[in-house]
Write a protein that binds this ligand. Sequence first.
Ligand SMILES: C[S@@+](CC[C@H](N)C(=O)[O-])C[C@H]1O[C@@H](n2cnc3c(N)ncnc32)[C@H](O)[C@@H]1O
Length: 247
Amino acid sequence: MSIKNASAFSAAIKHPLAALAFKLGNKAAMHDALILDSAKYLWGNDTDITGWKNALDELKNNDLIAPNENKHQTIVGNNLNTTFGKWIYCCIRVTKPETVIETGVAHGYSSWIILNALKKNNKGVLYSIDLPNHDTNIDYNFKDQPTTGWMVPDVLKDRWKLHLGDAKILLPTLLKEIGELSIFFHDSDHSYEHMKYEFETSHPFLMNGGLLLSDDVHKNSAFAEHVEHNKLKALQFNKGGAAIIRK
Ligand SMILES: C[S@@+](CC[C@H](N)C(=O)[O-])C[C@H]1O[C@@H](n2cnc3c(N)ncnc32)[C@H](O)[C@@H]1O
């Protein structure tokens, strides 16, 4: 099964006004269009998109618990100015997962997004794994202070279990502990071998109807091969990939 292209460029003909606004620097309308189209693609054309629209409204109204701030730190990571950052939030709000694993935390941008959505759901736990200061991009690393996931405020931490160590070692143990997984989100080491390892290790634990999310799927063929091998329905935004698990 091929991966649907869900980039702004590919949607320009279907959404010409959003494409024009996007070109002029206002990306919100195109983000919304891509997210709603993607929900329909993965869950079927007759899926109710009210929940998706409501989640997008929450983002528009900035109806979120604010992250911790640190003026001295360059912050990188999945954020809410990108389709994929918004997509992660909407997926959590709409599917209301019990268990989410994320590999790769760094400053905690994606953790903060996920935890905000879980808080609103009043349900679910995020298990995050990071091997601190282990990114090839220096902006993701820091010396001693601040610490991994520093952006996440205390008020969001009751649904967060942060594990520090190599995903190659921690992931299998964590999966066995959790048993059934609703969403797996890869954003750690983007080498072909490591991505393949994380996808193959988490796949047997993902529930029917669960989601595989991955950042940086454009870097190698690991996501594409995994989707093909398991015959998953999948799409790719700019760098982020998403596949629905059917068992
Ligand atoms: C791209 S950053 C994560 C960004 C974060 N998900 C976000 O959106 O804000 C990648 C992180 O993966 C971590 N990492 C790299 N190799 C790892 C491994 N083998 N196990 C666990 N974490 C790893 C790095 O320390 C880094 O913090």
